[in-house]
Design a protein around this ligand. Structure first.
Ligand SMILES: [Zn+2]
Length: 399
């Protein structure tokens, strides 16, 4: 039975851009390793963001892994809590709690408090815990702006509508309210509004220098119950490599091995060599290794085309190429794909199915010679969804 490696470039897909001569960033960037996968194997498309769910990376990555988020999505808060080893009680509701920048006119300017430094962010979250923490609310530091808040108690609901901060930049905060989706959630909304005001006071009156003016709780949920990777895939074992808590949390919640890679930052300066080494090590005693790289997504949300191109090329040269070289001739199938598009023009996720290329012993060549949004449409892999990709890669399903 073949083993498998999935290369996941977060937010890599885009739209044709006039400044790139009508090509997309993925088509324009110099990516010989990804093109090599397409040339050696097959291309197609994959539906990662099913209708009716948040258009977020956790949903999309759950889809790529074949976990059917439309049935199983617990919310980002609980996934990240699992990732950080935070135990959620039966009455706890966990929230992703961004530190964000709101300007004096009340406009949400930055979903990440300008990619706030880890240490500073942890100091601020600890300060919020000290000033506002109680038997009803706890604050936990995460990585950079990606922090957590947990509400404790039966009176709290996870049925609260919210705006994703990275999709709501340059909008007035007053137009981005939390809303009760059921009458029982009204109290939770009141508490959120109070915490928002209180946190603003705390952040305004600290000596800790940062661009963080506010907290932004979103994607609430209760403790996740996911079928394990092994149960899903006939006893095969999976491992995940990512700097990002939410992706690591999906791994933890589904019993995959989550690799520890020192210096994995979720940005352009991540430890690429460390990720490659971890992937090769993990593949020795696992059947599928999932290598997630966040940097492309971050550059896309920043709206910086030059950085996006740079991040795509770094992904190709420093992740895809060395892994492919090291595993040449082995009984391993490979797939490369984004989790969702983040068009530079929009700076937010869209639900268009993503291009995917696969190669290895299970996949004959289909004549497509490079990897890109348009070329993938002509591939023989066709339109895929659900757990088909992982099953094909592991040899559990025939083409
Ligand atoms: Zn993503």
């Amino acid at each position: 039975m073949p083993k498998a490696v999935i290369f996941l470039g977060d937010g890599m897909a885009d739209e044709p851009l006039p400044e790139l001569g009508g090509k997309t960033p993925l088509e324009y960037a110099d990516t010989p390793a990804m093109d090599g996968i397409a040339a050696a194997g097959m291309s197609g498309s994959f539906l990662t963001l099913p209708p009716g769910l948040p258009t977020s990376s956790d949903v999309a990555n759950m889809s790529v892994l074949g976990y059917y988020p439309e049935k199983n999505y617990p919310g980002r808060g609980p996934i990240e809590a699992v990732s950080r080893g935070i135990r959620l009680g039966p009455d706890d509701v966990a929230w992703r709690c961004n530190l964000v920048t709101v300007d004096e006119q009340g406009i949400l300017r930055d979903y990440s408090a300008r990619h706030i430094d880890n240490t500073v962010s942890a100091q601020l979250m600890n300060l919020l815990q000290e000033k506002l923490g109680s038997d009803k609310v706890s604050f936990y530091p995460g990585v950079s702006y990606r922090n957590l808040m947990v509400l404790h108690g039966r009176e709290f609901s996870d049925r609260v509508g919210y705006f994703k901060p990275d999709s709501s930049q340059d909008m007035p905060v007053t137009e981005l309210p939390w809303t009760a989706e059921v009458p029982g959630a009204a109290h939770t909304v009141e508490v959120l509004n109070q915490l928002f005001r209180d946190a603003r006071e705390v952040l305004a009156h600290t000596d800790i220098a940062s661009e963080a003016t506010d907290i932004w709780p979103w994607s609430p949920g209760r403790t996740p119950k996911l079928l394990s990777f092994e149960e899903r895939y006939e006893g095969r074992r999976g491992a995940i490599i990512s700097a990002v808590d939410v992706i690591r949390g999906i791994g933890r919640a589904s019993g995959m091995t989550v690799a520890e890679v020192p210096g994995a930052t979720g940005f352009l300066d991540t430890n690429y060599a460390g990720k490659v080494a971890a992937a090769l090590e993990m593949l020795k005693n696992h059947d599928l290794v999932y290598i997630h790289v966040e940097a492309v997504d971050e550059c896309s949300h920043m709206g910086k085309l030059d950085l996006k191109l740079q991040a795509i090329q770094a992904f190709d040269q420093q992740i895809v190429a060395p892994v492919m070289t090291a595993l040449k001739g082995e009984n391993v199938n490979f797939a490369v794909l984004p989790d969702h598009p983040v068009p530079i023009r929009l700076r937010k996720h869209t639900t268009t199915p993503v291009p995917v290329a696969v190669c290895g012993p299970s996949f004959p060549a289909d004549g497509v010679t490079f990897f890109g949004e348009n070329s993938a449409k002509n591939g023989r892999l066709g339109a895929r969804s659900g757990d088909e990709l992982v099953r094909l890669l592991l040899g559990l399903q025939k083409l």
